[in-house]
Design a protein around this ligand. Structure first.
Ligand code: PGA
Length: 250
């Protein structure tokens, strides 16, 4: 049977409200037919203020959407945050958490990210948790240690919840740089993630995505990776023609 992939578009803060509107107006029809004709699951993750536009455009189509973050709290006096419950009400099927840009710029810890994981699981949103080592850790051959440290609090929270979840392996040094790990390096990271999850008695085991410089140029190489359930795509996913090329190459 043909393999099907989950293709997650992380639009980061690339588009303003008006730019999102223009993107939708320009590409809506073509994206809907791409999602109809392709076996792949296509997920748009715009910045939070633009989720409602995406919901209105793609409701009752085969295009899915999600958020790039959520609060670690349920509700209450948390200025500037938004809850998993709101995301659910906005039709989000998925939510990215723990992206390295949030770990770096917002100083998010793995413990905080684990609390967000719990919020999403409680709201039946599929979490896409990002993990991955820095260039320094990669050079030190410390990827497995980094993954273990990042995963520990997540696995503790996931233990008692049987909902589906996704882990995206995104080496920090591969994001936006054009440099990608070898298929063997990605497989090694995937093996470590599955090993740690199995040891922690996690069920179901996470689906696995790769992220970092995915493009129509790199996708054929990345497709070689065993055990890969999909891709988390940043820059390349903002260009519809490029996104289409990637989807059609899968
Ligand atoms: P990139 O970003 O595809 O632009 O490298 C991926 C990500 O940060 O999720």
């Amino acid at each position: 049977m043909e393999k099907t992939y989950t293709v997650v578009c992380n639009w980061k803060m690339y588009f303003s409200y008006n730019q999102t509107h223009t993107w939708i107006e320009t590409h809506k029809k073509d994206l809907i037919s791409l999602a109809n004709q392709s076996a792949q699951t296509i997920v748009l993750c715009p910045s939070s203020e633009n989720i409602m536009q995406i919901q209105q455009a793609f409701e009752e189509t085969h295009v899915f959407w999600g958020a790039q973050d959520c609060s670690n709290k349920n509700s209450g006096a948390y200025t500037g945050q938004y809850s998993a419950q709101s995301l659910k009400e906005l039709g989000c099927t998925y939510c990215i958490i723990g992206h390295s840009e949030r770990r770096i710029y917002q100083h998010e810890t793995s413990e905080l990210i684990a609390e967000k994981l719990e919020q999403l699981l409680n709201s039946t949103i599929i979490p896409i948790v990002c993990v991955g080592e820095t260039a320094h850790e990669h050079n030190q051959k410390a990827t497995n240690i980094t993954l273990k440290n990042q995963l520990k609090p997540l696995l503790d929270k996931k233990k008692n919840n049987k909902s589906p979840w996704i882990i995206a392996y995104e080496p920090v040094w591969a994001i936006g740089t054009g440099n990608i790990p070898t298929p063997a390096e990605i497989e090694k990271a995937f093996t470590q993630i599955i090993l740690l999850s199995t040891e922690a008695n996690i069920s179901p085991l996470p689906q696995l995505l790769y992220g970092g410089s995915v493009s129509s140029e790199t996708i054929n190489n990345l497709k070689q990776v065993n055990g890969c359930d999909g891709f988390l795509i940043g820059g390349a996913s903002t260009d519809f023609q490029e996104l289409k090329k990637i989807v059609l190459l899968l």
